[in-house]
Ligand binder design. Structure first.
Ligand code: PSZ
Length: 288
């Protein structure tokens, strides 16, 4: 029987039912995280949970449990569902209260829910690279918050899917920000360049892991904005994200990147990323 965490309790999924006046359901008034699970162990859980607390703080919402308490709950959930390779999704909303734009009184307790899902590593896309399109970034200006409000991201992703592409690369007036569910980096003359972690992007945990591996391996990098034009003319382009890890981009708007194959530095970063996973979660085996 699949288990979920509902209002902090581990229960059967079939017994969990969300109140229609949950503020997450009514307003998208809440924050969330997705944490990767390899070999039954969470990867970079501390960083994800710290970001959850930061997101909560930025919207004036208390997370109703401590970091270690949440980590223990998630470990119990993963174990209860026998999850080895997948993700754990968790969200906290501002709770259940009669619909009103103003925040409810402080006696309304935020609602914590979590569930797991089996997700394979996207081996084929990681090996061959993916095609993308560019889209205008029409989202709000607090993209550093991992908020439940994802309409802008959904519209971007759907445009990509309709164009037969894996991801949409968003830009504001020609400055590349991020993907719909990933961060975007380019490689020019051996230097990795990625948008700085400010209010225009989500500071991806995978982005941070990737930058850490650059530092360790002596690969030069810069957290600086770059244009869509620079991206299209870059030697290499890649995505980072919880489910995509380090994923090569081979095409943007029908135009090839480099020679149309995953680049050498991207491949090196994939290996370094995998080594970070294996250090925390143990050895990874190729699927199938
Ligand atoms: O289930 C999925 O496919 C997931 S799991 C995480 C995401 C999607 N997205 C994370 C994300 C994002 O939503 C945006 C707008 N930018 C960057 C990222 C990458 O963040 P990390 O590396 O923390 O997952």
């Amino acid at each position: 029987m699949e288990k979920v965490i509902f209002d902090g309790q581990l229960i059967n999924r079939s017994e969990a039912s969300v109140d229609i006046e949950d503020r997450g359901y009514q307003f998208g008034d809440g924050v969330y995280e997705v944490i990767r699970v390899y070999n039954g162990k969470m990867f970079t859980s501390k960083e994800h949970l710290q970001r959850l607390f930061e997101s909560g703080k930025k919207i004036g919402m208390d997370i109703p449990y401590g970091l270690d308490e949440i980590k223990a709950m998630l470990e119990d959930l993963i174990q209860a569902n026998n999850l080895t390779l997948g993700t754990v999704y968790l969200q906290v909303t501002r709770g259940v209260a009669p619909r009103n734009h103003m925040f409810p009184s402080s006696d309304v307790k935020p609602m914590f829910v979590a569930y797991t899902r089996e997700v394979a590593r996207p081996e084929e896309n990681m090996m061959n690279g993916v095609k993308t399109i560019s889209v205008e970034d029409i989202r709000w200006l607090l993209c550093d918050i991992k908020s439940l409000n994802l309409l802008g991201n959904l519209l971007a992703k759907q445009k990509a899917a309709d164009a037969g592409c894996f991801e949409a690369i968003q830009h504001r007036n020609g400055t590349v920000t991020e993907g719909s569910l990933s961060n975007v980096s380019i490689v020019v003359d051996g230097v990795v360049k990625t948008h700085p972690a400010n209010h225009l992007i989500l500071n991806g945990i995978s982005r941070q892991v990737m930058l850490k591996t650059c530092e360790k391996a002596g690969i030069p990098f810069a957290e600086k904005p770059y244009t869509l034009d620079e991206l299209k003319n870059a030697d290499e382009v890649f995505l980072t994200g919880t489910t995509v890890e380090v994923m090569p981009i081979i095409e943007v708007d029908g135009q090839r990147i480099g020679n149309g194959k995953p680049g050498e530095i991207t491949k090196k970063l994939q290996e370094l990323f995998k080594a970070e996973i294996e250090e925390q979660c143990g050895q990874l085996f190729i699927q199938q």
